[in-house]
Design a protein around this ligand. Structure first.
Ligand code: KG4
Ligand code: ZN
Length: 360
């Protein structure tokens, strides 16, 4: 593999990383836009593009200081994501690669999340992908289970409505806890009683591996309104009732996400189970997944928390693997796409990654 500069600007994090030829992380930089979007309770697409434009040249300059001039290729997220935000990264990466005569690879953001579990921030090289990996992606825009096998990716189940992270964000917003909601619900849930608030766990009869989070989210919001709970300002100390709701909601989401696992494992006999995407930073999800793995003697691997949320390390590595498999994109023609960029190698047509993109 080649020493790679990775660039990620698909949503509200501007991220740049350099990986050596063995997939070892040399530099990983991130500029979060959370403060810029917080007053609006979610990501404002136009604001995201402008913030990327401000941050990216600075981050790349800083990444190249220790990494020196010996970058051998460039990998950039080209979709799915916010189209304006993606365009900033894609045009920057294309100009960088074209100006230096370097190979360029346009990476699918979801492929980045899929390979993130193979990477470490502790100076180790990237792990080789074993055969038959069952992989959960749970983030602000996606919630799906995949089978990764010999370089192919098949989606086995997906959300029919909201994504898990989106549901955390919405419930936190109604409680007055600010954005993003996942981390704060995670913190409050540790102090709450997970069986205090009864919440539904709907399953789809015709699609046992798919999820539905909208009924669960609406039930939680109804409960919050009926019981008139929440905080008046983000600095207020949340009551024990808020902590109970947080714990009950988190528990319901985690149970939903992991519900397909036993049957999927029975069918596919995985050598490894992984979870990635921002919601994979969740303490309860991590604990339950590790417990399941040790109970069933299946290796479970979770990325470091900093690699669960959007980052450029995973994009650089997905690009390295794709380039090693023969992929290269033309910097003069490369464009951003709001939806999927590639069907990852071997992805079957019927299982395309086609979830709607979070636009707000
Ligand atoms: O992967 P990511 O950074 O961006 C997308 O590709 O969407 O995921 C962001 C999402 C947000 O919805 C955020 O609330 C959620 O991940 N999240 C969490 C936690 N940390 C971030 N959800 C639950 N528990 C957490 N600790
Ligand atoms: Zn993501």
């Amino acid at each position: 593999m080649l020493r790679t500069l990775g660039i990620e600007t698909s949503c509200d994090e501007s991220a740049v990383a350099v990986l050596d030829g063995d997939g070892r992380v040399e530099v990983s930089l991130l500029s979060s836009q959370i403060e810029a979007h917080a007053p609006y309770g979610g990501v404002v697409p136009e604001l995201a593009s402008r913030e990327h434009l401000r941050a990216l040249p600075y981050l790349v300059d800083r990444a190249l200081e220790p990494a020196g001039g010996s970058i051998e290729m460039v990998a950039v997220t080209a979709g799915p994501g916010l189209i304006g935000a993606l365009l900033v990264g894609v045009r920057f990466a294309a100009a960088f690669a074209w100006g230096r005569g370097l190979p360029l690879v346009a990476v699918d953001h979801l492929e980045g999340h899929l390979v993130s579990a193979l990477l470490s921030l502790g100076g180790e090289p990237a792990r080789r992908e074993p055969e038959r990996v069952l992989a959960l992606i749970a983030s602000g825009g996606h919630s799906s289970w995949y089978l990764m096998d010999h370089g192919s990716r098949v989606r086995l189940g997906r959300t029919r409505d909201d994504a898990a992270g989106e549901s955390f964000d919405k419930v936190a917003q109604v409680l007055g806890l600010g954005y993003p909601g996942g981390p704060v619900i995670d913190t409050l849930a540790r102090r709450g009683n997970a069986s205090a608030v009864p919440l539904p766990r709907p399953r789809l009869k015709d699609a046992p591996f798919d999820f539905s989070f909208s009924g669960l989210k609406s039930a939680a919001i109804r409960w919050i309104r009926e019981h008139d709970v929440g905080v008046a300002s983000e600095d207020d100390e949340p009551s024990s009732v808020v902590c109970d709701l947080a714990a009950s909601f988190e528990n319901a989401i985690v149970e939903q996400l992991l519900a397909p696992l036993p049957e999927l494992a029975e069918i596919h006999r995985p050598h490894l189970v992984t979870a990635s995407g921002g919601v994979a930073a969740n303490s309860l999800l991590r604990e339950r997944l590790m417990e399941w793995g040790s109970g069933h003697e299946v290796e479970t691997l979770l990325p470091a928390r900093a690699l669960t949320t959007d980052n450029a390390v995973m994009i650089a590595h997905a690009g390295q693997l794709a380039h090693a498999a023969g992929r290269a994109d033309d910097p003069r023609r490369l464009d951003a796409r709001g939806r999927e960029v590639w069907q990852p190698p071997g992805m079957r047509r019927a299982c395309r990654i086609d979830e709607a993109v979070r636009e707000s």
